[in-house]
Design a protein around this ligand. Sequence first.
Ligand code: ADP
Length: 597
Amino acid sequence: SDAEAMDSVHNKKKRESRINTSGNAKRLAVLSKPELPLILCGMIALIFSSLSSLAIPAFFGQIVEVLSTTGDINTLNNSTMALVIIFVVGSLATSIRAYLFTLAGQRFVARMRNELFGAIIKQDVSFFDQSRTGELINRLASDTQVLQNTVTVNISMAVRYTIQIIGTIILLFVTNWRLTLVMLAIIPVLAISAVFYGKKVKLLGKEVQEILAKTSTTAEQVISNVRTVKAFAKEEKFVAIYGKDVHESYLLGKTLAIAGGIFSGSVFLIAQLAIVLIVYIGAKQVLNGQTTTGNLTSFLLYTLTVAMALAFVSSLFGDFMQAIGASDRIFELMDKIPSIPMSGGQVFSNPPVGEIELNDITFTYPTKGSQVLKNISLKLQTGTITALVGPSGGGKSTIVSLIERFYDPDSGLITLDGVDIKQIDLKWYRGIIGYVSQEPLLFAGSIRENISFGIENASMEDIVAAAEKANAHQFIEQFENKYDSYVGERGVILSGGQRQRIAIARALLLNPKILLLDEATSALDAESEYLVKEAIDRLMRDRTVLVIAHRLSTVVNATTVLVINQGTISERGTHDELVKNESGIYYNLVKRQLGSN
Ligand code: ADP
């Protein structure tokens, strides 16, 4: 485990050095192109507000000049009026700027979220075997949020203050070039420290996001398995595990806070010392008659503006670097091209016969070293039922996953009507396959939506007909809102048998050529059991059926029974044939009523 730790440190180093700052920044700029009109209008408003703040010190200078020398009431009135107008225009421009940039940011992040979600959901099943749900959700929620702030507020602020800094420095030169030179000598010191700080924050930012993701994963797993956690009274244990993750992110946050504290403190100190120095030199100039009090006042106000702007820009720099860290994680996902593409490839012009053949299939899970299937050959013919039985872990579900093309085999060929399924358009192919799982999950939504899931514009008659055949119509009619009853959180609660019948109705409505069925192992009450069985029998009629069987009645009726053991087909035949071999696996499974796994 020491070696493991070393390895993870090494990987982290590698990852850090991979963050491509300018590449990511460019890409963010390109991605925000649709927001360009908003951003440009925002920029115009921003220039107005920046210019207005540039004009303020000049007029204050004039007022001081009136007080200290001329005493001209007209100049006082005019300057005050000018200041009022400048403030009004400036505030108006500021609120327009804030509105436009925030809007642009919201739009940008909405688009990024959609794109990222699209990229995630299109990944191969193997990707989800390897990714933690919480981490993916975190990328969607919090990484995109970090980007929103940067693309909008931070960039607009950076532009605003940059304009202010450049404009003010020009005005400073005009007002008093000697003092300006003194001031400019201090700027490189600030710039260098900002760069150091930015680098540190960029790395810390990425780490913070990663640990946050880990924390979400833990919470997600515990909350979604809360019954198990409670049944084993492990609440305290998970509170501790979660607490450890939170503590880790807290420690990083603390480092970030220390870095931020030191940085802003020192920037502040340097800036203030600079002002003291300038006041001192400027006061001497006034005493020597080199400049006037009004002129010095303007100069000091300009200096304050520059100092504030500089402090702000450097803190934005940190935020910006944090966003680069977040964008790196987002782009990594967006760039991941699934190896099993959803579209492209052949679409049959005639309805398929529906014959599936596996020819000498060998398969290893991308996440796992050892071979799960070895030299599997089988043929599923139209109108037949093929039952897979065998000990748990033997490879039955894996065969189903390969037929769905959730994974591609290491070697061997899977064909539909003689055509390699890799040549077939995946969306079309999956459209002709129906799948009913052991523990069907329903989506939050109405019963009607759950039945018509996967079929656009299904008519109500078809939905009801499917529900009737699935023995679901009766219980649905008993709900207050019937087919519009909401399932899921705060909706009607369905029993296991009812959920299965909804799933069967869903498959019946799809009316697939090929049906993959994972029989439920969990026992239902006798009545429910009968209704489900009857519905499944109707569903299996006139299709190519592959069933992972747990019931004796299913295997007795199957055309062919395949015993899958340790990744191979160890017995093959009808129930009557196989049950004769008293030393076979099948005989023993039947003796235990198949229900053991
Ligand atoms: P069965 O359906 O017969 O119980 P499975 O096909 O589920 O068997 O499992 C066969 C083997 O593949 C088991 O050793 C199991 O641990 C492994 N396995 C199943 N699913 C995955 C997966 N997503 N990633 C890695 N290994 C898996």
